[in-house]
Ligand binder design. Structure first.
Ligand SMILES: *Cc1c(COP(=O)(O)O)cnc(C)c1O
Length: 386
C-alpha cells in the first residue's frame, strides 16, 4: 500500500472498549469524536453503546451517521454558532455543555425560535493546573474554557429566567494526556466542593460530567496498549462524593483510540549533516502534526527488523518547515532508503488533524484486526532500552 497511511488495529480498539465498559459499569461514557472521526472506528464505538461528545455541528451530524443515538450526544465548545445550535436542537441531543453566560441566552433564544426545550450543563473551570503540555491544559483560570466559580450563581439566575433551557448538569474538563492521576483526585475534590456549594442553595443537579483527559503511554505502546481504566475510575470511586440521584459521565477520547493507530511511512533519503544524520521520510507534519504542535514524542519502529546495528537519526518529514520533525537524536536500527517505519500511538489527534499544506495528498487508511502479539517487539525493545 502507498505510504504514508494510517493503519488501525480494530481488534485492539474492541478490546480497549470491552475493558473500558467493564471498568465503567456505573458510569456513562461519551466518546470525544474530535480525537478520531474515522467512520469505521466511530461505528464500532457506537456499537459498544457509548455516547458522543461533539464540539461542532458537523460532529453531531457525523455522530448520528455513525450510529450514536441522539439522546447520548452532548455538545461542547466555547464558540457554538447559531447554525450549530440549531443542528443540535433539531436533532434533540441530550445536553449542551455551556461555556459562557452569553451562550446561555443565545441557546435560549434559538430554542425559543424553534420552539424546542433543551437541557444545559454548566462547564465550570475548576482552576486546576495539571501537569501536561501547556497547549492541552484547559482547566486553569486564564484558559478560555468554562465559567469561573464566582459566575456560577449568576449563570443559574440566567437559566431560571430563560424558559427554553433547564439546568441538568455540571461539566468539567481539565486537559488532555494526563498521566498523573493525582490531577483527577484534585478534580474530584473540587467537584465535591462546587456541587455542595450549588446544592446547598436548593438547586438539584442530575448529572456530573468529569470530562476526559486520561493519558496513554506513548513510551511503551506495546506493554501498555490498553490504558489502566480501573485505576482511573477508582480515583473517582474513592474521592468523588455523589448522591443516588446523580449520574456520573465521562468523555474519553485519546484513551479509547490512541493506541489503535500507527502511521506507516517510508524512508526516502538518508542525509548526513555536520553532526547529525537525517532520515527523511514520506510522512510529514501534514499527516501527523502532534510532534510539531505539542512537542509530542511517538515511538518509531521499523516494520521489518533486520537486526542491524543501532544508529541515531533525526527523523524528519518533507514539508518546508523546520518544525516538521518527528523525533531528534533517535536510536533505531540502521535505516536505508525504502525502509518502512511505523510511528506508534497515532490513533488520537492524528488523522483528524491532517492538512493539505504544500498541496500534499492526504494519507490513506488501512484497517486490520489481528492480535497485537503478532507484532514483533524485537526492534522496539532496543529502542526502549536506549
Ligand atoms: C477534547 C475533549 C475531551 C476528550 O479529551 P481526551 O484527552 O481525548 O480524553 C473531552 N471533553 C472535552 C470537553 C474536550 O474538549
Amino acid at each position: 500500500m502507498k505510504t504514508p497511511y494510517y493503519s488501525y488495529n480494530l481488534n485492539l480498539l474492541e478490546r480497549t472498549l470491552q475493558d473500558l465498559i467493564f471498568e465503567a459499569k456505573n458510569y456513562k461514557i461519551h466518546y470525544a469524536i474530535k480525537a478520531n472521526n474515522d467512520i469505521q472506528i466511530n461505528k464500532i464505538i457506537a456499537k459498544f453503546g457509548l455516547g458522543a461528545d461533539c464540539v461542532s455541528g458537523n460532529e453531531i451530524l457525523h455522530a448520528l451517521k455513525c450510529g450514536f443515538s441522539n439522546n447520548k450526544i452532548v455538545f461542547a465548545g466555547i464558540g457554538k454558532s447559531d447554525e450549530e445550535i440549531e443542528i443540535a436542537l433539531n436533532n434533540n441531543i441530550a445536553c449542551f455543555n455551556v461555556e459562557s453566560l452569553q451562550e446561555l441566552k443565545v441557546i435560549n433564544y434559538v430554542a425559543k425560535r424553534l420552539n424546542k426545550k433543551t437541557s444545559v450543563a454548566l462547564r465550570i473551570n475548576p482552576n486546576i493546573n495539571v501537569d501536561t503540555h501547556q497547549y492541552i491544559k484547559t482547566g486553569i483560570n486564564e484558559n478560555k474554557f468554562g465559567i469561573s466559580f464566582n459566575q456560577i450563581l449568576k449563570a443559574i439566575e440566567i437559566i431560571d429566567s430563560c424558559h427554553f433551557i433547564s439546568l441538568t448538569g455540571l461539566h468539567f474538563h481539565i486537559g488532555s494526556q494526563i498521566t498523573n492521576l493525582r490531577n483527577f483526585e484534585y478534580l474530584a475534590k473540587k467537584v465535591n466542593f462546587i456541587l455542595n456549594y450549588i446544592e446547598e442553595k436548593g438547586i438539584k443537579i442530575k448529572h456530573i460530567n468529569l470530562g476526559g483527559g486520561l493519558g496513554i503511554d506513548y513510551d511503551s505502546p506495546y506493554e501498555n496498549s490498553i490504558p489502566n481504566f480501573k485505576k482511573y475510575f477508582n480515583v473517582f470511586k474513592k474521592h468523588l462524593t455523589t448522591k443516588p440521584y446523580h449520574t456520573v459521565h465521562f468523555e474519553l477520547g485519546r484513551s479509547i483510540v490512541g493506541q489503535c493507530g500507527d502511521l506507516i511511512t517510508t524512508v526516502l533519503y538518508i542525509k548526513k549533516g555536520i553532526s547529525k544524520k537525517f532520515a527523511i521520510v514520506d510522512a510529514g507534519m501534514t499527516d501527523l502534526i502532534r510532534p510539531a504542535l505539542y512537542q509530542a514524542k511517538h515511538l518509531v519502529v521499523k516494520c521489518k527488523t533486520e537486526f542491524n546495528e543501532i544508529e541515531k537519526y533525526d527523523i524528519v518529514g518533507p514539508i518546508c518547515e523546520s518544525s516538521d520533525k518527528f523525533i531528534s537524536n533517535y536510536s533505531i536500527e540502521k535505516l536505508k532508503r525504502g525502509d518502512q517505519l511505523k510511528i506508534k500511538s497515532v490513533g488520537a489527534y492524528g488523522q483528524v488533524m491532517v492538512s493539505e499544506y504544500n498541496l500534499r495528498t492526504k494519507p490513506g487508511v488501512f484497517y486490520h484486526g489481528e492480535k497485537l502479539h503478532f507484532e514483533t517487539r524485537n526492534s522496539t525493545k532496543k529502542l526502549i532500552l536506549n
